[in-house]
Design a protein around this ligand. Structure first.
Ligand code: HSE
Length: 403
């Protein structure tokens, strides 16, 4: 009998317990023996649950129990979660997590400790919830150089945008619904301001390019400024608005990485990704585009990825997965200034100023003084300069990249 522990009994943690219960036979068949969740760590009172007797509030019970060989860290955050993960690894226990904030900010350090102790630190659930993406990048696509990764990486914002696009629901109401469904982070700021997607694109860039991309350095813009007017304008241009995390390799080995809302053409496979679903497009230099699609958030979908990692650790006990990246000292993150894009601009002011300043591809007739423009490609630095000039003679109400 294998003994496991779960640290954190929130949405994902309770899901991890449920998956172990629901699929006990299948899990035992795959790993070769039954797995028992011996402890669940949480400070809150869950004594009324049928498995209430398994709850502990003292982490050292898990740390000091030699029977526990694998632990799920589903607490979130970088405080206690970091400390407990570090101590589990130092105690020779493998740790599997959905905690993207911790992986993105301290992953390289924790992977190094795991390596030194001959155990595993695995994080399939940290990007794309239930979608397999980490393992495919490490294994199936390992023979490729990665050219570009571009994805809808946050279920909450995709759900909100879908509600705005199809049902004309306000941003606030759609956010409330996402929270009720358990998609949103405790503090929805991380979702709606793009920080959650930013952590995820950083993890994918770390894996793709082998050095740390620091979420604090990666440009990040969320969806809070998007209005139903932009949604309608996008539709007229044959596009939908999606929040994308994107990283693109440059010839000199550096890479752009950023999170921002984009207008994408309705024919793009990413445009059809709706509600809480996520999709990640990976372009490898041998495979071309490969797309991963599925539920990017939610209790059981995310828990299934955590449990699968735990099964992998159990099945391959004593063997290490070779996962690592550098500490960021290679400075691979390239500033966005030179990134070329076509832009959508909503401008209140004289159309002639727009035409004088921007390389216009198409523009609408002004409605109440507001004109919508699609530009030809120009760099981020050029666009910023144009926005400043346009704001001197009118008001740029929205500007988004188009893909
Ligand atoms: N809040 C996250 C999302 C959860 O909405 O995608 C999964 O990381």
């Amino acid at each position: 009998m294998i003994k496991a522990a779960i640290m954190g009994h929130g949405t994902v943690g309770s899901g991890v317990y449920e998956v172990f219960e629901m699929n006990a036979e299948k899990i035992a068949r795959v790993v070769g023996e039954p797995v028992e969740v011996k402890y669940v760590l949480d400070l809150r009172d869950f004594s009324a649950l049928p498995y209430g007797h398994k709850f502990v509030t003292d982490f050292s019970v898990i740390e000091n129990d030699p029977e526990i060989t694998v632990v799920a860290e589903v607490m979130g955050g970088v405080g206690a979660a970091y400390e407990f993960t570090r101590r589990c690894l130092l105690a020779g226990k493998s740790v599997c997590t959905s905690n993207k904030e911790l992986v993105a900010t301290r992953g390289e350090e924790l992977l190094k400790i795991a390596e030194e102790k001959g155990v595993n630190y695995m994080f399939e659930a940290s990007v794309g919830g239930g979608i397999p993406i980490i393992r495919p990048m490490l294994q199936c696509l390992a023979a490729n150089e990665f050219n570009e990764i571009c994805g809808i990486l946050n279920g909450t914002t995709n759900y909100i945008l879908t509600q705005m696009i199809h049902n004309g629901v306000t941003f606030a109401d759609a956010l409330k619904q996402a929270q009720l469904n358990g998609y949103a982070e405790k503090d929805p700021t991380a979702d709606i301001e793009g920080h959650d997607a930013c952590r995820k694109i950083c993890i994918l860039a770390d894996l793709a390019f082998g050095d740390k991309f620091d979420p604090d350095q990666v440009p990040c813009e969320g969806i809070t400024k998007i209005t139903l007017e932009d949604v309608a304008n996008a539709d007229k241009l044959g596009c939908v608005i999606k929040l994308l995390g994107r990283t693109v390799r440059c010839e000199d080995g550096t890479a752009y990485a950023y999170v921002a809302p984009h207008l994408i053409h309705k024919e793009s496979p990413l445009a059809a990704v709706e509600d809480v679903f996520n999709a990640i497009m990976v372009n490898g230099n041998a495979t071309g585009d490969v797309m991963f699609y599925g539920k990017g958030a939610g209790k059981l979908a995310t828990a299934s990825a955590v449990v699968a990692d735990m099964m992998d650790c159990i099945e391959h006990a004593g063997h290490r997965r070779r996962i690592s990246w550098g500490d960021g000292s290679k400075n691979l993150l390239r500033p966005l200034d030179t990134l070329q894009s076509a832009w959508y601009v909503r401008f209140k002011g004289a159309s002639r100023d727009l035409e004088a300043l921007l390389p216009v591809e198409s523009l609408t007739e002004p409605v109440e003084g507001v004109t919508v423009v699609k530009t030809r490609k120009l760099s981020t630095a050029e666009m910023q300069e144009k926005i400043e000039k346009l704001n001197a003679c009118g008001e740029v109400r929205a500007a988004m990249r188009m893909l």
